[in-house]
Design a protein around this ligand. Sequence first.
Ligand code: OGA
Ligand code: NI
Length: 339
Amino acid sequence: MEKLVSSWFEVELLPEPYVFPPEKRPGKVSFPLGKSIPVLDLGSSNDQNETIQQIMKASEEFGFFQVINHGVSKDLIDDTMNVAREFHAMPAQDKVNECSKDPNGSCKLYTSSGNYDTEEVHYWRDCLTHPCYSLEEYMQFWPAKPTKYREVVSRYSVEVRKLGSRILELISEGLKLRTSYFSSGLNESPTIVINHYPPCADPTLTLGIPKHRDPTVITILLQGDVHGLQVFKDSEWIGVEPLPHAFVVNIGYVLQIVSNGKLKGADHRVMTNSSHARTTISVFVHPSSETIIEPAKSLLNASNPPIYRALKFKDFQNEFLSKAADAEALHQFISSTTD
Ligand code: OGA
Ligand code: NI
């Protein structure tokens, strides 16, 4: 576990295995604003139909939006960010011990992509991830240090899951699906992903996570107060501005499939920086492994034939894990045609 970036990041030179090939390097670190990701107010006084329209527009245009007045308390957000930071600040051996409680490995601690020994280049990040539903089943395997971890993260998981269901209800109405469309198998296995990006000796040469699309229905991200997330839009990278206590929501591959391409997953990446550690907390809204993911039947007709095939989420996920770096190969795998 000496490989964890947080164990050795204070080096003067970026080690060669972390240097990305020239065409993938971020180069000059800047966060162009200009076109920015829409910020939506979910406060109760807002007209629901208008909110649905805003979500659909943002999802179609960017695949990304931020939400404020979302109902998750600021104190809970701050407490969760604090335990997440405390976790990644613990000695490596403690982190390993705290993530080794489940013989089936549901709680994982890894660095880079998780394929450290086989990948061509390493990413500048450490990651803690575990299922966050159901609590009865999984909480016993979560880290018990920091001492408040389970209490705080369980409350956070419940609240963010509720928010996720609410956003998915709005999206199902926007897509003209039944309101509960996503609340059977499709949102059943949410996972929490706590990324940590230590300060980096040369942010122009490496990335925390290279360009990718999430293997989720939606992802609900708390990015704290440090810049780093960028979205690829109209052939350029645009920064997602950190707004205190806002959540960043993005559309993943599963929703792209369910909506038959009406909503597209957005490509994004994570930059590093040389002065501030960055910790982010995502809830990946995931189907359970046996759930079939496919274009919603009620959306299909002669002029809108299925462009994706039906497959089990676990088969998609396996393919994603082996092909994430090759978007074209993954696209072929999910497409309804094989040409
Ligand atoms: C991810 C991701 C963004 C961030 O974990 O898939 O895109 O800012 N994270 O950490
Ligand atoms: Ni992502």
